[in-house]
Design a protein around this ligand. Structure first.
Ligand code: UT7
Length: 312
């Protein structure tokens, strides 16, 4: 049996922080942020709203959307790098809060590529027949580790969570191929500094992202046996519209096959790709048997690319 997506859900915080709001907080401009990144606004969690709260809401919605109950879930995999504490894990907290008494739970850290890593991990359990229903969540609260004194990073990030339920699917649907990777030598370009705030060398990460997103996308397509022309939607990590457009051009896809949410959520780390996937589903942009390419990159440095044929 192959592993596919049975349901989706999301949660974004209520508070909207616009570029105009940021202009009042630091030396920046709406024009600079829009033209360099494509971001217009982002969501920021309340002080007392944590990754596990957002992950819980997204998971609950995804389980309902799949037509399942929490007791049907065998495993929770939570991709995050901004959990309140390393233990208990976010997975443990939401497993308990949902009353998912038959489920195992764990967190997984691969920064902005975390959701792709989590999806591939879940697929292995399903393809071997070990587990049936697995919830994969991407959830991050980057506002917590943002250095609000550093305008070169503070304007980029937002908070949120997205979730999918994975389970057995038939008719050639599900995860067709993946390409995961790590280049730890680039770890110095994106990390937590001594103040426990996010440090990034934007130009280096930009270069890495453009190269790796393109290369990984072409490799995973080749592995999947799907031709570029047969791709229906590209759902890249929503970090910067210029990086996303570079991936689209590398794949020679028309504008309408690129899913974009960066303008309204900014870069939400592990949530970014899954939030874009959920919005694409909600907007009716995905049909059964569509070929989707999900691709991300992030701190590590890491990357992950997946080809999924949509449908149960
Ligand atoms: O999930 C992992 C994600 N990380 C990324 O995706 C980041 C990848 N990198 C990028 O997206 C881009 O490198 C940035 C958006 C971060 C920066 O864009 P850039 O075109 O690489 O700009 P830059 O760093 O080369 O800076 C250009 C100028 C500089 O001024 P000078 O030295 O040319 O006078 C900066 O000081 O823009 C200035 N600048 C700003 N100006 C207004 C930097 N940040 C800002 C700002 N507002 N917020």
């Amino acid at each position: 049996m192959n592993a596919g997506i049975l349901g989706v859900g999301k949660y974004v915080p209520e508070r909207v922080l616009t570029n105009a709001d940021l202009e009042k907080m630091m030396d920046t401009s709406d024009e600079w942020i829009r033209t360099r990144t494509g971001i217009q606004e982002r969501r920021i969690a309340r002080e007392d709203e944590y990754v596990h709260d957002m992950a819980y809401e997204a998971a609950k919605a995804a389980i309902e959307n799949a037509g399942l109950t929490p007791e049907d879930i065998d495993l929770f995999i939570v991709a995050t790098v901004t959990q309140e504490s390393n233990f208990p894990s976010v997975g443990n907290i939401i497993q308990d809060r949902l009353g998912a008494k038959n489920a195992a739970a764990m967190d997984l850290g691969a920064a902005c590529a975390g959701f792709t890593y989590g999806t591939v991990t879940a697929a292995q359990f399903i393809q071997t027949g070990a587990y049936k229903n697995i919830v994969v969540i991407g959830a991050d609260k980057l506002s917590k580790i943002t250095d609000w004194e550093d305008r070169s990073t503070a304007v980029l990030f937002g908070d949120g969570a997205g979730a999918i339920v994975m389970g057995p699917v038939s008719d050639g649907r599900g995860l067709l191929a993946f390409d995961l990777g790590s280049d730890g030598s680039g770890g110095k370009h994106l990390n937590l500094n001594e103040k426990r705030k996010l440090y990034m060398n934007g130009r280096e990460v930009f270069r890495f992202a453009v190269r790796q997103m393109g290369d990984a996308s072409l490799r995973v397509l080749e592995k999947s046996g799907i031709a570029k022309d047969d791709l229906d939607l590209l759902i890249p990590h929503q970090a910067n519209i210029r990086i996303m457009e570079a991936s689209r051009e590398r794949l020679e896809l028309p504008e309408e096959k690129l899913m974009k949410t960066v303008h309204k959520y900014g870069n939400t780390s592990a949530s970014s790709i899954v939030l874009a996937l959920v919005d694409a589903v909600e907007e009716g942009r995905i049909n059964d048997d569509d070929n989707l390419l999900l691709v991300g990159f992030g701190a590590g440095l890491t990357w992950g690319a997946l080809v999924i044929k949509w449908g149960k």
